[in-house]
Design a protein around this ligand. Structure first.
Ligand code: NAD
Ligand code: IPM
Ligand code: MN
Length: 345
């Protein structure tokens, strides 16, 4: 049956890297007889410009009907003072689709080792996954801005914590079997509940070790001993910050994909980075984050493990051949890198 993929290119470098990833998807689909159709929809700033809303009704309806969703990036400085922001569309989409589990893998590419600001011995063996809670916490509490005061509320229910921690344990079972739960339980009530629930969940996974860390020292450990981590699970805001910190290890945000899952609806695949307005429109954005998001989609939504691995290997060979975009210290354009990846498929 034809699989329906909704593509949300968004803003800035979004359309450039989306186009690149759809070329790679087409090439892989042909090799594997994957029958699909892509529906492109307005989203983010592009949704505001075309239809006055960052998540137009028609875009949301298509996303709900999709078998999977690809999202490139949204946002830009032109919306900084606008009444509606592109980011609101992203948060609304995550909430509407119930995408509570955001999986952000962090691995080092051999060919990029020299780009890491950390010494070779520190990044050797780095391979972990950040499991970020995506539909709760301070992102979705009240945001009250008054003239001389402001407050944001952070709330989590035990059920919300339970399901994301379980997700982390399920992933850890197929890996090194270490879950690091990161919180701020020396200050926050939500973190105290987080720890209690994580301890309860751990009882159902006797073969997986659970450790707890405070977010401040965990941020330090991610630099001093990043190979320690296997599966990190943490709340929405800490996960946002720690995953950008983690992107420094492989050398660029431009190589970091992600997957977001709900209980039983369509999953969404997107780079962890933003719309990179500083390089938009120049044809030099790194498409690997989006291309690896397509690989995650093939594996996790369509069970096409071989096709996913084929893309991942092609990306590695391209990097080994030193076909590198500017963020990786090279001169290749987005299109040159994309073509190289397709040649190595
Ligand atoms: P950013 O992630 O867009 O960029 C940070 C830096 O990384 C920039 O120097 C950029 O050029 C570089 N970079 C990011 N992706 C790259 C790629 N694929 N290739 C080469 N270089 C790349 O973060 P920012 O500048 O803080 O945010 C810009 C806008 O993006 C803001 O409006 C923000 O809200 C939005 N944003 C959106 C998402 C998303 O769509 N999921 C995520 C983060 C930020
Ligand atoms: C991300 C982004 C978003 C977030 C922004 C754009 C709302 O930074 O996907 O990591 O904070 O979740
Ligand atoms: Mn972020």
């Amino acid at each position: 049956m034809t699989k329906k993929i909704v593509a949300l290119a968004g803003d800035g470098i979004g359309p450039e890297i989306m186009a690149a990833s759809l070329q790679v998807l087409a090439a892989v689909a042909e090799k594997h007889g994957f029958d699909y159709q892509v529906e492109e929809k307005a989203f983010g700033g592009a949704g505001i410009d075309a239809l006055g809303h960052p998540l137009p009704a028609d875009t949301l309806a298509a996303a709900k009907e999709a078998d999977a969703i690809l999202l490139a990036a949204i946002g830009g400085p032109q919306y900084d003072k606008a009444t509606v922001r592109p980011e609101e569309g992203l948060l609304a989409l995550r909430k509407e689709l119930g995408l509570f589990a955001n999986i952000r893998p962090v691995r080092i590419f051999d060919a990029l080792k020299h780009l890491s600001p950390l010494k070779a011995e520190r990044i050797a063996g780095v391979d972990f996954v950040v499991v970020r809670e995506l539909t709760g916490g301070i992102y979705f509490g009240d945001h009250i801005l008054e003239e001389r005061s402001a407050r944001d509320t952070n709330a989590y229910s035990a059920e919300e914590i339970d399901r994301i921690v379980r997700k982390a344990f399920d992933i850890a079972k197929g890996r090194r079997k270490l879950v690091t739960s990161i919180d701020k339980q020396n200050v926050l009530a939500t973190s105290k509940l987080w720890r209690t629930v994580a301890d309860q969940v751990a009882k159902d996974y006797p073969d997986v070790t659970l450790e707890h860390q405070l977010v401040d020292s965990a941020a330090m450990l991610m630099i001093t001993k990043p190979a320690h981590f296997d599966v990190i699970v943490t709340e929405n805001l800490f996960g946002d910050i720690l995953s950008d910190e983690a992107s420094v290890l492989p050398g660029s945000l431009g190589v970091m994909p992600s997957a977001s899952h709900s209980v039983n609806g369509p999953s969404l695949y997107e780079p962890i980075h933003g719309s990179a307005p500083d390089i938009a429109g120049k044809g030099i954005a790194n498409p690997i984050s989006m291309i690896l998001s397509v690989a995650m989609m093939l594996r996790e939504s369509f069970d096409m493990v071989e096709a996913a691995e084929q893309i991942e290997r092609a990306v590695e060979r391209t990097l080994q051949a030193s076909i590198l975009t500017a963020d990786l210290g090279g001169k290749a354009s987005t299109q040159e890198m994309t073509e190289a990846i397709m040649n190595y498929l």
